[in-house]
Design a protein around this ligand. Structure first.
Ligand code: AMP
Length: 560
């Protein structure tokens, strides 16, 4: 049974799997399109509609339509309320995931049980947990969360590693800058392909920057032109249906202007009408500051990669639907001297997620095979296997899946390395600053990370220690507590009695490839693990989770 790869996008989502030939294939939904708008219409308290139908309805029924929910992931208090029910961001996202899964089954695919879901590279711990939660609400076993640029690079690099330029060969390497401008988010990432390894060297991004911002600027312009032509009519932006309509018209015009130089937009509102003529050059000048911001972030990313020894990049990969705007290629070329390559900007992330899912699945099956045959102890890692055993197991697994041995071997061989998107640390008393952030994990550090820090008890027989774990907020790691985001306010409990002041409690921060932080504590003298009871703003109680799960399961999906 395969693992599906899901691009849970801000504006559009897609689902892919590996086909019989070992190639990633994006599944086509009920509407015949490979991508589905990430928009949910709450039609009543009992049913909802996901996708293009919901997007179109947003004009008529804006209060019940939830779009851009991904921007809310990790915001513990955010709720979308419709028909007297409130929905958290993971719960709304779960409806999108369920809809993708239903489409797959409708198209005759195997039911979606395990999935890899992609997230922007700079998503922090809470956003990643929220994404995993949405998968759980949708009834999936989330095999992993994968950063979108890595997914794009994997989709690209997998072909490269297989292709004429074998960057898998020792000594050959290629650095790739992935510029990903989607509907609501922007990511710049520098990746290196070498020795069958895909490594992320630096990431930069903005959670609140994407095609939707272009739409807003254009909508504002359309409303100004409409109001100038109809001074007595109400401003469409003062009305929620009017603004939804304007934003949709703006988005449509923006897409057209990627192909042609000029288009006319009809704005009808409050009994009045205006035909606004828009040129590509006008839109480019209205949105120049947005474009500039992506260039600045891209430069920052290149600088960070430079510190890790990357003097120049060999290729520029353009992903995300908004990369289709001609200004993107042109400005990147002008400012950075790089020629961009646009390859299936909407689908490469889902494909890469499917490849990664397949890799995880193959690793899991081979490990299970070796353990069952007594060639590896339970709990061992694959790298501990003897090469001959591994080779035989690869052949068995390939045969049982009817796939070429070389493909399964390559899936195992390709390594993916990534970096931490934000710093993580603790708030501790400092002689100079008073309460200050001490950073244990730094941005752009290679994952996985395992860092230890020791704390001393301050009095004899002390039985607990307070601990505040924080995440970096801005671009730079600041020591000021107000510049950090509190992730966990924890208490290390169970410190045994009979130890003096200053006895050592070692706190370990571990972050796996998925970028989710795990904190453990250990009493050094007593050599015993301590429990960390954590309170976070974002932690839902078990009762909340059960209620939301029930809410997601109960809401019926309307076709349309
Ligand atoms: P994504 O989140 O990667 O699916 O990207 C969706 C974003 O790409 C939306 O903001 C779309 O308006 C934008 N987009 C898609 N196609 C085009 C196009 N041809 N020209 C400009 N923007 C586009």
């Amino acid at each position: 049974m395969g693992v599906y790869g899901i691009d849970l996008g801000t504006t559009n989502s897609a689902i892919a799997r590996i086909d019989a030939d070992g190639r990633p294939e994006v599944m086509v939904g009920i509407n015949g399109e490979p991508t589905v708008p990430s928009v949910v219409l709450f039609a009543s308290a009992f049913d909802h509609l996901v996708g293009e139908g919901a997007r179109r309805q947003s004009r008529l029924d804006p209060e019940h339509v939830c779009a851009l929910v991904k921007r809310r992931m990790g915001e513990a208090d955010w709720r979308f309320t419709a028909h007297g029910e409130s929905w958290s961001a993971p719960a709304v996202s779960a409806l999108i995931l369920k809809s993708l899964a239903a489409d797959v089954e409708f198209g005759g695919g195997e039911p979606v049980r395990r999935a890899v879901i992609t997230v922007p590279a700079y998503f922090g711990d809470e956003e990643r947990r929220a994404t995993i939660q949405s998968g759980a609400y949708a009834g999936f076993d989330v095999a992993g969360v994968l950063s979108e640029p890595i997914a794009a690079a994997l989709s690209y690099g997998f072909g490269r590693l297989d292709g004429t330029v074998d960057v898998g060969k020792p000594g050959e390497r290629e650095t790739v800058l992935v510029y990903d401008l989607g509907g609501g988010t922007f990511d710049a990432t520098v990746i290196e392909l070498a020795d069958r390894r895909i490594s992320v060297l630096a990431v930069e991004g903005d959670h609140q920057l994407g095609g939707a911002d272009w739409d807003e600027r254009i909508a504002l312009y359309l409303s100004q032109q409409f109001c100038a032509a109809n001074p007595d009519a109400e401003d469409p932006l003062d009305d929620s249906a009017g603004s939804q309509m304007l934003v949709l018209a703006a988005e449509q015009a923006k897409r057209e202007l990627s192909e042609v130089d000029r288009t006319d937009v009809v704005v009808a509102h409050d009994g009045a009408r205006a035909v606004v003529s828009l040129t590509r050059a006008e839109v480019e000048s209205l949105t120049a500051s947005l474009m500039r911001r992506t260039i600045e972030l891209t430069r920052d990313c290149l600088t960070a990669a430079g510190k890790r020894g990357v003097a120049s990049v060999d290729r520029l990969l353009l992903v995300g639907g908004s990369s289709r705007m001609p200004m993107v290629e042109r400005e990147l070329n002008k400012e950075l001297g790089l020629r961009g390559e646009l390859r299936d900007p909407d689908l490469s992330v889902a494909r890469g997620a499917a490849l990664y899912g397949e890799k995880l699945e193959m690793e899991r099956l081979i490990l299970a095979d070796l353990v069952t045959r007594g060639r590896l102890r339970d709990g061992s890692a694959l790298r501990e296997a003897a090469p001959a055993d591994l080779e035989q197991s690869v052949a068995r697994v390939a045969a049982s899946f009817g796939q070429p041995v070389a493909l399964v071997r390559r899936m195992l061989e390709i390594q993916v390395d990534t970096v931490v998107s934000r710093g993580f640390g603790v708030l501790a008393l400092d002689n100079h600053y008073g309460l200050a952030a001490a950073w244990l994990v730094h941005r752009n550090q290679t994952l996985p990370v395992r860092v230890r820090r020791s704390f001393g008890t301050v009095r004899e027989d002390q039985d607990q220690i307070e601990l505040t774990i924080v995440e970096q907020q801005g671009q730079a790691a600041s020591v000021r507590p107000e510049d950090t985001k509190v992730l966990v306010e924890g208490r290390i409990r169970g410190i045994p009695p009979g130890y003096p002041a200053g006895s050592e409690v070692r706190v370990t921060f571990e972050m796996g490839f998925d970028g989710v932080l795990h904190v453990t504590a250990h009493h050094v003298d007593a050599d015993m693990p301590l429990t960390l009871s954590a309170q976070t703003g974002a932690t839902l109680s078990q009762a909340d989770v059960a209620r939301e799960l029930d809410q997601v399961q109960r809401s019926r999906r309307r076709a349309g």
